[in-house]
Design a binder for this molecule. Structure first.
Ligand code: NDP
Length: 447
């Protein structure tokens, strides 16, 4: 079977075995297409059934999460943890709480996580989890009861050397704290089983900032390699959660001007540059809506369709909200308005058609699994600090994060060039991330 036939047959099996899981199919297809030259150069991978094994999760844990709301009514959600691949280290990846979470979403995120974690250069395997529970609009007590119920089942399958979950959409410091407290109570163990913990109980300085900061460090390297920088550039950032806020902080510190941000209801545009402290106050402290920004920013305007943010004129766009938020039409709007760089803070925010349009127009494209790897890299640094019973300063962690992101860009750039696709950082990220995992799998036999 030649490489094209081999990949086509693996994809067909993935589709048959995971019917209707569109996000998962999309993620697998995107990766496998770019791996063709590598698989061709390594016939031993095909002989060892390596790709067939790579696309099949090692374990899928799926469970009921019952809890009682403030009115005394019993609620039932569904929980997931997908332990995808532990060839290079214990499973590691976030937990997402959002009403649109399905097995397909967790599977695509877990699959992507394998390559992302490998790219960090740190010893972490790929996994992801979540639930269709949405903390938005729930009281702290409801969120606590839900988190306790979720961990009461999940604690059996995780551990500091087994599987170390972290935050993602809808899971921040509050949720991690509740889950850590319940894990400790059930197991009697004080260990680094979750990352993104609070600073008083084992969290790492700079973890909160890491994904957004890391995204800008990666993007700055990509810009530099192409004779550009953030300095004086207009930046649009979607979302206003953890990743978006700290991407806005760092893009501004690097000399960019962030003019628009969004939430799932709409977007704000401020020609004076977004007042990030005000966004933090609304989203991090008050857990409010981005529209509230208008009440004390008279020059700002609001649009009530979040995807219209891609029509705002910018040089650099950083999608930091959710999957498939940039479709082909949005990509074309960005291109028409002169945007020359799109770098992904969210996971899989661009559809395949959007990526093709952007790359076809020569837009610099920073793929999520490389550009947003700073979060998980710093989570791995949190694991190291927990093992050592020691903490590094903010500056120490930030410096390590910066070094990791510089290295990730270099590896993507070199891998793309080596396999005949110079400047295609998406292909470079897939190849560089894949090779380390593939070599580890080959060494460990058929498992
Ligand atoms: P948060 O829950 O902190 O924030 C998510 C933000 O995105 C919120 O502002 C939310 O708005 C907004 N949002 C959700 N859906 C849409 C939409 N369709 N259009 C516009 N805005 C939307 O999550 P994070 O910041 O942690 O995660 C954002 C992305 O980054 C996700 O793809 C995640 O997987 C990825 N990521 C996160 C990492 C991390 O360390 N946290 C690490 C690597 C990747 P609303 O307030 O209305 O819900």
């Amino acid at each position: 079977m030649n490489v094209n036939e081999y990949i086509a047959s693996v994809l067909e099996t993935v589709k048959k075995r995971n019917p209707g899981e569109a996000e998962f199919h999309q993620a697998v297809e995107e990766v496998l297409e770019t791996l063709k030259p590598v698989i061709e150069a390594h016939p031993e991978f095909q002989a060892a059934g390596l790709i067939e094994r790579l696309v099949e999760p090692e374990r899928i844990i799926k469970f009921r999460v019952p809890w009682v709301d403030d009115s005394g009514k019993v609620q039932v959600n569904r929980g997931y943890r997908i332990q995808f691949n532990d060839a290079i280290g214990p499973y590691k990846g976030g937990i997402r709480f959002r009403n649109n979470v399905t097995e397909s979403v967790i599977k695509f995120l877990g699959f992507e996580q394998i390559f992302k974690n490998s790219l960090t250069g740190l010893p972490i395997g790929g996994g992801k989890g979540g639930s269709d529970f949405d903390p938005k609009g729930k009281s702290d007590a409801e969120v606590m009861r839900f988190c306790q119920s979720f961990i009461t089942e999940l604690y059996k399958y995780i551990g500091a050397d087994v599987d170390v979950p972290a935050g993602d959409i809808g899971v921040g410091g509050r949720e991690i704290g509740f889950m850590f407290g319940q894990y400790k109570r059930l197991t009697g163990l004080y260990e680094g089983v979750l990352t993104g913990k609070g600073l008083t109980y084992g969290g790492s300085l700079a973890r909160t900032e890491a994904t957004g900061f890391g995204l800008c460090y990666f993007t700055e390297e990509m810009l530099k390699a192409n004779g550009k920088s953030f300095k004086g550039q207009t930046v649009v950032i979607s979302g206003s959660g953890n990743v978006a806020i700290y991407a806005a902080v760092k893009a501004t510190a690097l000399g960019g001007k962030v003019v628009a941000m969004s939430d799932s209801n709409g977007y704000i545009y401020d020609k004076n540059g977004i007042d990030i402290a005000a966004v933090k106050q609304i989203k991090e402290v008050r857990r409010g809506r981005i529209k509230e920004y208008l009440s004390d920013h008279k020059d700002a305007v609001y649009g009530d369709n979040c995807s219209d943010i891609w029509g705002v004129k910018c040089d650099i766009a950083l999608p930091c909200a959710t999957q498939n938020e940039i479709d082909e039409a949005s990509a074309k709007k960005l291109i028409a308005n002169g945007c020359y760089c799109v770098s992904e803070g969210a996971n899989m925010p661009s559809t395949p058609e959007a990526i093709a349009a952007l790359q076809g127009a020569g837009v610099l494209f920073g793929p999520a699994k490389a550009a947003n790897a700073g979060g998980v890299a710093t989570s791995a640094l949190e694991m190291s600090q927990n093992s050592m019973r020691y903490s590094w300063t903010f500056e120490e962690v930030d410096e390590k994060l910066h070094g990791i992101m510089v290295n990730i860009f270099k590896n993507c750039d070199e891998a793309a060039a080596k396999y005949g696709m110079p400047g295609n950082y998406a292909a470079g990220a897939n190849i560089a991330g894949f090779l380390k995992v593939a070599n580890a799998m080959m060494a460990q036999g058929i498992v």
